[in-house]
Design a protein around this ligand. Structure first.
Ligand code: G6P
Ligand code: ZN
Length: 583
């Protein structure tokens, strides 16, 4: 057995190691600076209570992006030096973010050990490669991202750090092969356990969904399916679950081999970046070569996000969570005994609110960021939740879950078609959505993103909008000068949230303009970019009249878009005449 020593290395702080909405994300060129990663990892260990480090089991893995393999070896050596007892690593360093959450909550080691936390190496949907982004975040014992009390401590530690601990002579561990490597250090045994990246997650999915009924759908000659992992980590789960477990054809999978640079693409599942899938589904500028599949879906780099598509049909994430919630009890065995409650983030459309009201469910509106859902779930208040930013999930883990969302949709399709496999035509994704609108009304919805805007200009725009809110009558005057065909603004504020579980208050969570007819304009600065600022503008309009729910969304929203852009003086502040991305 290899015996290692512990070295104390002197270091000095780096500026800007403040974890954002989902951990610390920077260019690879920043992360590879000597001691940069080391400082953050040591600051994290120092922020955790001793029992979560000394003698503890921690998970280290991620979406496989460039620099992950080096980072894993560094973290293993630092974990050993800090007295961690075991490090669990997914084979090849791969674990999706939801799989990490599942592993923390469900996996039991051969010796009965359980993990107390995880370093997740990902920058989610940001591009990867030597010139792109790397990221690291810490998840806690409940499987969810560290709360602000911890991330604040981590940040404070990064500002004062003087030394870190590392077992420099610990040889690199072969993370490509499953198996346990034993070491011995000053504080006793230290093991690195490399395990299959998919087993624990697949087991959990099998316990939630009725795989038999989904299989019937996937093997039906009438059903066609396409899944795009955008060369992120979702590929390994897609192959295992959709193909090996559920009988989908191998050719249903595109970009399902994880790559360090995501094949040069932007691994974000939306209509702009998931180009290949969008074209195949008949939603691109050029017509597809073949008849589009009935169902298509995509994931982001770390597989927590999802996009759901039907043939020539886009399901907005806000509609998706509402539809899953409306059908969950019938279609998904895990929810058979009812939903504890549902939740959405503030900028997400109110489609879920209407379902909650109709079904008499507890409902919560939280700030952007999955951690707010985690608190509700830990308290048993929420079963299903989702965000406009292509995140959907449930209390089976404490992260959003891209593959889960696809399985949820497949379950609903399987349920709606259960007596129909021999019929003329299957009930389609579009049928389900249109039927949902007919029952609950439709929330027309769009989001405009202005990426990499000058940070000072973005702040000024936000300050201007807050200032404007002091007089509603002034706001309405401006609005009416822009358009007369929108209703009155009846409330304007900055969203603030009091967590019903721990009482904590989160301020400045986005600027809202609420209209009399239920329409909303929301302005927020993204918390996940790594360069400049990203302004997000969310535009929503509710239509109850079922004869008017099938309009073109951009057309229906045009008056509100006009108001939003002129009211905010978007072009004046940012110099941009058009958004970078529209979803
Ligand atoms: C991450 C979080 C989500 C959040 C999203 C917002 O994906 O996990 O919970 O909705 O970031 O990103 P933004 O860039 O809008 O702050
Ligand atoms: Zn992600």
């Amino acid at each position: 057995m290899v015996v290692f020593q512990v070295s104390r290395k002197e270091t000095t702080p780096f500026d800007g190691q403040k974890p954002g909405t989902s951990g610390l994300r920077k260019k690879v060129s920043v992360f590879i600076k000597p001691n940069y990663l080391h400082n953050f990892v040591q600051s994290t260990f120092n922020a955790l209570s001793a029992d979560k480090v000394k003698g503890a089991t921690i998970v280290v893995s991620g979406d496989g992006r460039y620099f992950s393999k080096d980072a894993i070896q560094i973290i293993i050596k630092m974990a050993a030096a800090n007295g961690v007892r075991r490090v669990w690593v997914g084979q090849n360093g791969l674990l999706s973010t939801p799989a990490v959450s599942a592993v923390i909550r469900e996996r039991v080691g051969a010796d009965g050990s359980k993990a107390s936390g995880a370093f997740i190496l990902t920058a989610s949907h940001n591009p990867g490669g030597p010139h792109e982004d790397f990221g690291i975040k810490y998840n806690m014992e409940n499987g969810g991202p560290a709360p602000e009390t911890i991330t604040d401590k981590i940040y404070a530690n990064t500002k004062t750090i003087k030394e870190y601990l590392i077992a420099e002579d610990l040889p690199d561990v072969d993370i490509s092969a499953v198996g346990v490597t034993h070491f011995n250090g000053p504080e006793g045994d230290f093991d690195v356990d490399v395990f299959d990246s998919t087993n624990d997650y697949v087991k959990l999915m099998r316990a939630i969904f009725d795989f038999e009924s989904i299989r019937k759908l996937l093997v039906s000659p009438k059903f066609t399916f396409c899944y795009d992992a955008l060369n992120g980590v979702a590929g390994i789960y897609a192959k295992r679950i959709f193909v090996e477990e559920l009988g989908a054809k191998e050719s249903s999978l595109i970009n399902c081999i994880p790559k360090e640079d995501f094949g040069g693409g932007h691994p974000d599942p939306n209509l702009t970046y998931a180009k290949e899938l969008v074209t195949r589904m008949g939603l691109g500028k050029s017509s597809p070569q073949d008849e589009p599949p009935e169902f298509g879906a995509a994931a982001d780099g770390d597989a927590d996000r999802n996009m759901i598509l039907g043939k020539r049909f886009f399901v907005t994430p806000s509609d998706s969570v509402a539809i899953i919630a409306a059908n969950a009890v019938e279609a998904i065995p895990y929810f058979a005994s009812g939903l504890k409650g549902v939740a959405r983030s503030m900028p997400t459309s109110a489609a879920l609110d209407v379902v909650a009201k109709n079904l008499g469910l507890k409902f919560f509106e939280v700030p952007t960021g999955w951690k707010f859902f985690g608190n509700l779930m830990d308290a048993g208040l929420c079963s299903i939740c989702g965000e406009e930013s292509f995140g959907t999930g449930s209390d089976h883990i404490r992260e959003k879950d891209g593959i889960w969302a696809v399985l949820a949709w497949l379950s609903i399709l399987a349920y709606k078609n259960k007596n129909n496999f021999n019929g003329e035509k299957l009930v389609t994704v579009e049928d389900i959505v249109v039927q949902h609108w007919a029952t609950y009304g439709r929330h027309y919805y769009t989001r405009y993103d202005y990426e990499n805007v000058d940070a000072a200009a973005a702040k000024e725009l936000m300050a201007y909008l807050v200032n404007l809110q002091s007089s509603l009558s002034d706001v309405n005057k401006i609005v009416k000068e822009i358009r007369t065909d929108v209703s009155n603004v009846v409330q304007a504020d900055e969203f603030e949230y009091k967590d019903p579980v721990d009482g904590s208050i989160s301020k400045h969570q986005g600027i809202r303009y609420l209209f009399e007819d239920g329409s909303r304009l929301v302005f927020r600065l993204s918390g996940t970019g790594s360069e400049g600022a990203t302004i997000r503008l969310y535009i929503e309009q509710y239509e109850k009249d079922s004869s008017k729910t099938q309009r073109n969304s951009q057309e229906a929203l045009a008056p509100l878009v006009d108001v939003a852009l002129k009211l905010s003086k978007m072009q004046e502040f940012t110099g941009r005449s058009a958004p970078t991305v529209i979803t």
